[in-house]
Design a binder for this molecule. Structure first.
Ligand SMILES: [Zn+2]
Ligand SMILES: [Zn+2]
Ligand SMILES: [Zn+2]
Length: 176
C-alpha cells in the first residue's frame, strides 16, 4: 500500500469509526481537538498511536496482550518468562534453560482472539481490531473458543436449512 492509498483508506475508516470523533478541517483525526502547528493528522503521538492500536492488527495484537498483562483472559495462564543469563551459575545451565523455554513457548505462546470474529480481515485496516473486541487467550482456551464457534455455525446452518424446506422437518430438532 502506498502512503497516499493508506491515508485515503484511513480517512474513510475514521469517518465511520465509532471510536474516532467526527473530524473537522484542522482537527485531530482521532480526538477532534484543534491541530497544533506543523501537525497534519494527529494532535499528538498519543492520538496516532491510539488509532493504530485499534485498527492495525499487528499493533492491536501487541496492545491487547499488554493490556491483558500477558496472561489468558479466561483461565489466567501465563507463558513462562524467558530465562535471564544472570540467574544461572553457568552458561551451560542457562543454555539448557533456554532450550527448555523455547520448547514450551511453542505450545504456550499467547494468542489474541477477536470476540466478534474478524472474518479474514487480519491484513486490513479495520474497526474489527478495536481493542474492546480483542482478548488475550492461551492456545487451549483459543482452541475451545474456535471449536464452539464452529459448532454454533454448523447448528445455525442446519436450522436454517430445516426451516427453508417446504414441508416441516419434524426429524430435525435443535436445542438453542
Ligand atoms: Zn488528538
Ligand atoms: Zn486460557
Ligand atoms: Zn475504528
Amino acid at each position: 500500500m502506498t502512503a497516499a492509498a493508506r491515508t485515503t483508506k484511513r480517512d474513510a475508516l475514521i469517518a465511520v469509526c465509532t471510536l474516532a470523533r467526527s473530524r473537522a478541517a484542522g482537527a485531530c483525526a482521532w480526538c477532534g481537538e484543534d491541530l497544533p502547528p506543523r501537525r497534519r493528522s494527529w494532535c499528538s503521538d498519543r492520538c496516532g498511536d491510539a488509532f493504530w492500536a485499534n485498527h492495525w492488527w499487528s499493533v492491536a495484537r501487541r496492545a491487547a496482550k499488554r493490556r491483558d498483562r500477558y496472561c489468558c483472559k479466561r483461565c489466567g495462564a501465563a507463558p513462562p518468562k524467558r530465562p535471564v543469563l544472570s540467574a544461572y551459575a553457568t552458561r551451560a545451565k542457562y543454555l539448557a534453560a533456554m532450550r527448555a523455554w523455547r520448547k514450551v513457548k511453542r505450545t504456550t505462546r499467547l494468542e489474541v482472539n477477536h470476540i466478534v470474529p474478524c472474518r479474514g480481515k487480519h491484513a486490513a485496516l479495520d474497526c474489527a481490531h478495536h481493542l474492546d473486541n480483542l482478548e488475550t487467550l492461551c492456545p487451549p482456551c483459543h482452541k475451545t473458543h474456535t471449536a464452539a464457534l464452529v459448532i454454533r455455525r454448523v447448528a445455525r446452518t442446519a436450522f436454517q436449512t430445516a426451516r427453508s424446506e417446504s414441508r416441516p422437518a419434524k426429524s430435525v430438532r435443535l436445542s438453542r
